[in-house]
Ligand binder design. Sequence first.
Ligand code: ASP
Length: 652
Amino acid sequence: MFRSLSRLYRGLSRPTRRTTQLIWGSFSRSLVLSSQRRIPELSSFVARTNTCGELRSSHLGQEVTLCGWIQYRRQNIFLVLRDFHGLVQVIIPQDESAASVKKILCEAPMESVVQVSGTVISRPPGQENPKMPTGEIEIKVKTAKLLNSCKKLPFEIKDFVKKTEALRLRYRYLDLRGVQMQYNLRLRSQMVMKMREYLCNLHGFVDIETPTLFKRTPGGAKEFVIPSREPGKFYSLPQSPQQFKQLLMVGGLDRYFQVARCYRDEGSRPDRQPEFTQIDIEMSFVEQTGIQSLIEGLLQYSWPSDRDPVVVPFPSMTFAEALASYGTDKPDTRFGMKIVDISDMFRNTEVGFLQDALSKPQGTIKAICIPEGEKYLKRKDIESIRKFAADHFNQEVLPIFLKTNNNWNSPVAKFIMEEQGLGLIRLLETQEEDVVLLTAGEHKKACSLLGKLRLECADLLEARGVVLRDPALFSFLWVVDFPLFFPKEENPEELETAHHPFTAPHPSDIHHLYTEPQKVRSQHYDLVLNGSEIGGGSIRIHDAELQHYILATVLKEDVKLLSHLLQALDYGAPPHGGIAIGLDRLMCLVTGAPSIRDVIAFPKSFQGHDLMSNAPDSIPPEELKPYHIQVSWPTDSETKKSSLNHPCHPES
Ligand code: ASP
């Protein structure tokens, strides 16, 4: 089935984010995933004989019927017709006998839909267009039909025409006509098809749909609630099919997968929106390495063939190492600038705030080196870095300029330079013109700050022309050995799960569970691609007693909400584990799109609205009655506050 799709994209080649001008059919590489192809029937069952994008010199002399949108018209002689497959030039007949055809083709507004029939002829010598896949031929039209006229558009259907995201979302059906959106959605469809093929046909997985009307799950993300007709009773939309997929393992399904829609009431960000899609997987009798190999194979198999091939196995890093070297659990490993602990070098320092930091139990001094920072960073960049550190982390950052000793307004830095400069050069392997950013404080806080600054500085350097992250590089990484629990931010005495409450403890740490649960590592693994978390999963607890202990005693959750799952574990649940890959994020990275909204056909805005249909919408009070709920209308000041909370959403 997949193979038959591959030719669909022959004329529609790969636009990239950094492409300055996207024009239909102007790219030579085709969107294909497989080397073994069967030619798909692109014109079966419909009112055309061919697609606009497929015609070549090999079609010369053929009588064809095409349907498409009018993209350009020149001097009432040429018309360029577009369909999903590409562009083709049509010659508008000029002779008297074809006056009615000429009238249709010359009077139809741009983006009207027409059907034309005629002969494929070669373009006169010298008039071929090598940038157009159909550039050797044109259509000599005999008949034409206006299928539907187009009113004045809110924006031109050309990717290079700038438009706000709000406008794009409001007229999404028009936005979808653009090259980039067509490419993104078609590539997504192809990759999903390959994933299905790999999972079902090569590895015996079963594609099973699980309910979207479910009940509240303890812990985790905020869920959307759906009123029911029973007073005071609500469904919840699942944040993921987690419980169902585990129950399928108890049910003996053995290998499950689903292209699953998940819902989290958390608002949108560039890499997040309220409803999103996961490739959701669960297997019985599996260990962590089994899931990892499965996913490596899945990505390798479904990867577009015009990208550098996926190299497996993916490297792996512990959570502790990721935090210490990159300040995050999702390191972008495409470039260096790693965090280095330089505490030992400063044990005898006389600089007050460094001394202070080191005298505290968890105190450390850390640094990152910005290559050629002296050349590329401006004074105002350093100032804003220091302000960011002070405002968001309550931390000081010292910039140290190794070459020129040009430590703007920082006598402290100069002092450090004299005392410890050589040590810094050695530990951070600095070169001339590099800048070192140094901070002091508790390990996690200092690392998190430098992790953020590392990315910030990488953006700054790249904005000034340094190539740090190769756009063609896909850097996968497993992050493993997470703690099972994190202290809650609002109350560090209490614990919450790092992944979800069904994750099994690491076998070598289980002895800590009953005495020092915060020390227990888990069998949770995340998959990171170019600094984005694109997947996560775990080996699950299949022992009802252990699951009960973690829910009730460690997490202090209401176990009644999960009694069905606890009961199921007691009826011979097999050991099992799984993972979910965030399809939207994955596609966003594969296509180089700036936001996941660019790989979703009908996404929500930052405020979770569908700007096209205006959902969510109000409903008349009488329709609310069966649900036994009433609206409590917000006061004016509440309304104002909520719009201030979203200052940069695309509606504004
Ligand atoms: N259900 C998990 C999630 O959505 C993934 C997993 O553990 O399989 O993150």
